[in-house]
Write a protein that binds this ligand. Structure first.
Ligand code: IFM
Length: 441
């Protein structure tokens, strides 16, 4: 790979990321049912109806998985803790769950890796889904109880704590587009979820501060909204998409307001007195996590209900997900975050990576496309730093092939291949190339 540590500022962190449900094996350790278990058990939602009950069996194999991180020369590990493992019914603490994260934390630290925790990467306990999940304001407050319980156990040992991973996916993708649990397609549910997930972030920040935590923030995902043409209609459709995807959460969290292009459709469906929550939502954070993968080409669609838009398949090279490879978008969002929202606050590329149809051939997995992808996005990050963004780290998604939500185990994002029959791990050539790039000074 065409970069080295010397290309980045002193102390810049290189890491890899994972998430609890995608790797741990949710069937172990007394974890409770989540809305992903029930979504996956419903025909047509997930490829081959796969779920996270075994996943990569990281629950039992975390020591050797952490060795892989360490041996790659990485500095930090971004992982998540599962609400439903810590509180299987959404309110009662499961000591086995806390103990697992206690052991995991010790094992991360024992290898000299910095632990970057995410509190919510989508394991909503089914008991809370029964009560309306993210449509229900109370879920944000119950989230605060979970945050207190897990923080009490491991918080003081974390290098960084993020409240929510990708609130756009938790709300819009899951309640408007119906692709993720709970699989709704309802604008009222969407508006409520989009506000309540921000409130959950705010509630978590309040609890974390009360527990004396520092280095607390949120991880947002961004997707470059490219207008299909320069027509006024297409430009307006792309601006609305940009507001819904790329502005709603960051503007709410950093400025205490929502963008007008998004409110124009959502306002009638918002919970009563939502404005009263904006101070809680916009309390100071210590860092911003930016997840970035691709761009989306947006055209006006007069036949569709608001937001009157459709996506067009673009001409660029695509990953196994069918996502266009567009590293310029990462530079755009890093510099825009610094310029318009967070100023000099530390920013981390908290996820970036690509899925590829990787195969083991003679015991090895050759993935030159992934090596190029990483190089191009590292260079975009380097350029964003040169252009003034205070980016302090980059986490590859993901350490391991894992449960890719509605795509089951079909899409492979890992630097390390997982054989889902035997659970054998095999580092891909991108793993060795990254290791070699990081060892260059
Ligand atoms: O696998 C997901 C992850 O859970 C959240 N960010 C995007 C990844 C790839 O789709």
């Amino acid at each position: 790979m065409d970069f080295s540590r010397a290309d980045f500022p002193d102390g810049f962190l290189f890491g890899a990321a994972t998430a609890a449900y995608q790797i741990e094996g949710h069937g172990f350790g007394g974890a409770g049912s989540t809305h992903w278990d029930t979504f996956a058990a419903t025909p047509g939602n997930v490829v081959r109806a796969e779920n996270g009950s075994l996943a990569c069996d990281h629950y039992h194999r975390y020591e050797t998985d952490l060795d892989l991180l360490k041996d790659a020369g990485l500095d930090a590990y971004r992982f998540s803790t599962s609400w439903a493992r810590v509180m299987p019914d959404g309110k009662t603490v499961n000591p086995e769950g806390l103990d697992f994260y206690d052991r995991l934390t010790d094992a991360i630290l024992a290898r000299g890796l910095q632990p970057f925790q995410t509190l919510y990467h989508w394991e909503l306990p089914s008991a809370l889904a029964d009560q309306g999940g993210w449509m229900n304001r109370d879920t944000a407050l119950r989230f605060g109880d979970y945050v207190e319980a897990i923080t009490d156990k491991i918080g003081s040992r974390m290098a960084s704590i993020a409240t929510i991973n990708e609130p756009w996916c938790v709300s819009y993708l899951s309640h408007f587009l119906g692709h993720h649990a709970p699989g709704l397609r309802d604008i009222r549910a969407t508006a409520r979820a989009m506000h309540h997930i921000n409130l959950a972030h705010g509630e978590a920040m309040t609890r974390l501060r009360a527990q004396g935590m520092k280095n607390c923030g949120i991880v947002l995902n961004f997707e470059y909204a490219q207008a299909a043409s320069n027509s006024a209609d297409d430009l307006a459709a792309a601006a609305t998409q940009d507001a819904l995807y790329n502005k709603w959460f960051i503007q709410g969290v950093t400025q205490g307001s929502y963008p007008k292009e998004a409110l124009s459709g959502l306002e009638p469906h918002m919970p009563a007195n939502w404005q009263d929550d904006m101070t809680t939502i916009s309390q100071p954070i210590d860092f911003l996590g930016v997840n970035y993968y691709t761009r989306n080409i947006i055209a006006h669609d007069p036949t569709a209900a608001w937001p009157h838009q459709k996506s067009i398949v673009g001409p660029l090279d695509k990953t196994q997900m069918g996502w266009e490879i567009y590293p310029q978008g990462l530079h755009h969002f890093l510099t825009r975050a610094a310029r318009d929202y967070v100023g000099d606050l530390p920013i981390f590329v908290s996820e970036n990576g690509m899925a590829w149809d990787d195969h083991v051939e003679n015991g090895a997995i050759h993935d030159p496309a992934r090596q190029q992808f990483i190089t191009d996005h590292m260079n975009a990050t380097k350029d964003a730093i040169a252009d003034g963004a205070n980016v302090q780290g980059f986490f590859y998604w993901s350490l391991l092939d894992n449960f890719e939500w509605a795509f089951g185990y079909e899409k492979r994002f890992g630097m390390v291949h997982v054989d889902f029959e035997t659970l054998q791990r095999t580092p891909k050539t991108s793993y060795y190339a990254l290791k070699s790039a990081l060892s260059r000074v």
